[in-house]
Design a protein around this ligand. Sequence first.
Ligand code: 5BU
Length: 452
Amino acid sequence: MNIEQYISKLHDIGALKFGSFTLKSGAVSPFYIDLREMISYPEMLKATADLLAGKISNIPFDYISGVPYTALPVATLLADKLNKSLIYIRKEEKSYGTKQSIIGKYEKGKKCLLIDDLITSGESIMETAEKFKNAGLHVEDVAVIIDRSAHGTKLLSQHGFRLHALFDIHLMTDVLERSGRIDEKRKQDILDFAERLDNRRPKVYSNALTRRLLKIIEQKQSRLVLSLDVDNQRDFFNILEQTAPHIVMLKTHVDILSDFDSSFIEKLKYYAHAFDFMIFEDRKFADIGNTVKKQYRGGIYKISQWSDFVTVHGIPGDGILKGLFDGLEQKASFLLAKMSSEGNLMNDNYTRKILEMGRKYPEVVSGYIGHGHTADEIKRLKNKIPEGQLLLMPGVRINPGKDALGQQYTGVGEAVRGGADLIIVGRDITRAKNPEEKARVYKSESVRYDYL
Ligand code: 5BU
């Protein structure tokens, strides 16, 4: 069986499924791979071992190990074929007896080849490799049936492992499309999905505040920022109380409130702590360093005392960042790279310069406010964002459109498909009959393509 026949056969036996699958994270994937049932098809099990044997023929190793349960039968066949002995790590920790978690005889200092069914992030296979290493074995090579991540090879090589995959999702979709098993649209959906997963993979984030935000995203399974633009405290806290469980960050325009007093800040901090969200005052600073320094720390609002993040215009040059953040700890900004309003003057050249500026100050620039009308436009912007910084998108609504004053809305699906790390939603939630329910909808839309 050659690889093309093998992929087609995997589809025929139901190991590769296409449609709409809700993953553990709640994200909806256009494909699903389940190789467990392959054991019911002896010719497929044998073909897997044969193809793997061809793939690893030049690699020196002493033992073969399959990761239980799915890869273990394949590894057994391969061990038989190559006349190598098998070892494996039991899936469940043994709490009695010898406490030895590696099953099978081995000598320390020897090389072990790891076999798994598929890799997505590479993390679980690296964890297994670590256990073998702790037991005194060398693991350098990992062979899998499917590499379904776009950059799995790179990821593993950064950690000192070589990945050998029978096929990746590019080959998989090519073969299935050519044989008429999927159409071109489905193929594109699958490739897009995989790419988005890769974009969302944890990176080295620019500063401690960004990392905290990412942690909350993971815990709350939400990428929703609520923009709470109401003019009195009663409405403010009423809406906040209903929506707080669904948001990861609250965006304020504190100067909109007509009844602001210091109790507002105390209450706000209390909610942020109780419901675990961060605070972001959308102040859009835009003056010389000396002035913004005073605006940020002083006046009646004393923003620097309670807001984790603020928005900043790069137009005055990078002195604005020094003025704002010099001497402050645990505070960061989002630079305005592209506004959502119609006719705004931020052209591609301006956006590029803002990203260049932000790249130089990862400690105080957690990301950028950006906007696009389609997933592709957003994706193009997202791809330019420096590593470790985020893309936040306002002008997002379930239904695309405009308001009467030049605000432009892109559909939430486009924003999320384009790879926005956070979506900022205001009136569609705050003016809803039931803000709680609306926030819940945005929350689940916002993580539609996450893989956690
Ligand atoms: P809306 O009600 O979802 O339209 O509220 C959007 C919020 O985001 C509002 O507070 C704006 O001030 C803010 N915003 C924006 O809409 N577009 C931008 O480019 C920037 C901020 Br920057």
